[in-house]
Design a protein around this ligand. Structure first.
Ligand code: EPZ
Length: 422
């Protein structure tokens, strides 16, 4: 298992180009199964999670060519088969459940391993399944597998009991080929869901209301393969802005859509950082007067849970008290124990974290427990005194393309040690 060695204390300076969005690319790759022919996707990040979803669609009969140098992915789809998606793939990546929507739409059956809990919470998939039932499917759980069956999906009205990115995407992928109209209420408004919707519309789907709480889908008979470019990754963008902030450097991120991470920009501004930018770039500079802040993680356009761990690392270095309320996942504070090992002063009470900031973080051996917790440790290490060793970096490999190379290009002293300690 690889590890990172990071010598902290260097101000990051310069500019970096943000990659395509992992959480948009995953459902869009799966949605390509909805049409026969060759789909071409640009701006696809070369990540572990993308490699995993490609294995999943291969199981179902698709083939692909991924030009990782140019981030272009060609997916070839002919007939689709409902092969069981093995537990090994689903447990590696929960987004494998996305194949249910297209499989039900095209084959009328889907057998997918039921994802278990994960490091950040229980993460049930009941809303996905109720949505498929609302469209006429019968669902059973047999020996750890979800088995969904339907003659032909029928449009219906479905109210999601909770805002869910995954359920909105999955049910939308099923409904585009259903008979009649589907009205989805309490939908996720995340840019990743909107990007999937725009891809489906380009394929010939009839969808209204993307980016709002109500999405109306009128089923069509067939979709066609298209060429499409994935939106930039707003969470990677936020992570690099925070890397600039935590090292009090001056960095510009390019190839971004600033409104997609406006909540993060607002929090950094409230803390006192100077943020400027154009249509597709954002620059962060430090200021002399910095202060703590308060955030509550919420569905989009609120502050994203995926930037909660990264911003907590920053809060540790800002004088004064900062408060975080995590409302999306019940166990998303696994980075706290590791940040404490680096000298952070953080109290947790239920879903509330109180950070007493202004501390000089110190290097310590630490472990990543999930993707964004991992990013938080990398950020903390960039600001810490001494050399931090971070283990289990396969977590950040899942979601940050060329992470260490991008940080090095900004002046960070970060090295990957191959085959390090587990
Ligand atoms: C997506 O996960 C992202 N993953 C997550 O990013 C992100 O943290 C999350 O949305 C929230 O923004 C992908 O897009 C692949 P949800 P998802 O369904 O779709 C509950 C990262 O680091 N819920 O919006 O699984 C659920 O437990 C990852 O890149 C149900 O109760 O999240 C959670 O509390 C991690 N039943 C809340 O809803 C369901 O059927 C929101 O989850 C579905 C969800």
């Amino acid at each position: 298992m690889d590890t990172y060695l990071i010598k902290g204390g260097k101000k990051l300076n310069g500019s970096v180009t943000i990659s395509g969005a992992k959480n948009a690319a995953l459902p869009i790759i799966v949605a390509s199964l909805l049409a026969e022919g060759t789909t071409v996707l640009h701006n696809v990040p070369n990540l572990k999670d993308i490699q995993t979803i490609l294995k999943v669609i291969e199981c179902l009969g698709a083939s692909y060519e991924f030009n990782t140098e140019h981030n272009t992915l060609k997916i070839h789809v002919n007939s689709l088969k409902n092969a069981e998606v093995p537990y090994d793939l689903v447990k590696t990546m929960r987004a494998s459940i996305y194949v249910m929507g297209p499989l039900l739409a095209r084959c009328g059956e889907a057998d997918v391993s039921l994802p278990g809990g994960c490091a950040i919470g229980e993460r049930p998939v009941d809303i996905h399944l109720s949505g498929f039932e609302a469209l006429g499917s019968t669902i059973t759980i047999e020996h750890g597998y979800i088995k969904a069956r339907v003659q032909k999906l029928q449009g219906n009205r479905f109210i999601m009991r909770k805002v869910s990115v995954g359920a909105t995407a999955n049910i939308m992928m099923a409904a585009v080929l259903a008979d009649g109209q589907t009205i989805l209420e309490n939908c996720a408004m995340e840019p990743d869901v909107v990007d999937l919707g725009n891809f489906l519309i380009k394929m010939g789907a009839k969808i209204q209301g993307l980016g709002t709480e109500r999405i109306i889908i009128t089923g069509v008979k067939k979709l066609k393969p298209v060429t499409y470019s994935i939106i930039p990754d707003r969470i990677e963008a936020g992570t690099f802005l925070i890397a600039g902030a935590i090292t009090r450097g001056n960095i510009t991120i390019n190839n971004v859509i600033p409104e997609h991470f406006q909540a993060c920009i607002n929090t950094l501004s409230e803390m006192g950082f100077v943020i400027s930018g154009g249509d597709s770039s954002v620059t962060i500079e430090p200021s002399k007067k910095l202060q703590g802040s308060m955030i509550r993680t919420l569905p989009y356009p609120g502050f994203p849970t995926d930037l909660q761990a990264p911003i907590m690392a920053l809060m540790c270095t800002i004088p004064g008290i900062s408060v975080i309320i995590e409302t999306i996942f019940e166990n998303r504070y696994t980075h706290v124990g590791e940040l404490r090992r680096m000298g952070a002063d953080i109290e947790i009470e239920g879903n509330v974290a109180v950070v007493k900031g202004g501390k000089q973080l110190q290097a310590a051996p630490v472990l990543m427990s999930d993707l964004r917790a991992g990013a938080s440790l990398v950020l903390a290490a960039l600001a810490a005194k001494g050399q931090t060793e971070i283990r289990r970096i396969y977590h950040t490999d899942r979601g940050y393309e060329n992470f260490e190379q991008k940080l090095q290009s900004l002046g960070a002293d970060i090295q990957r040690v191959k085959g390090g300690k587990p």
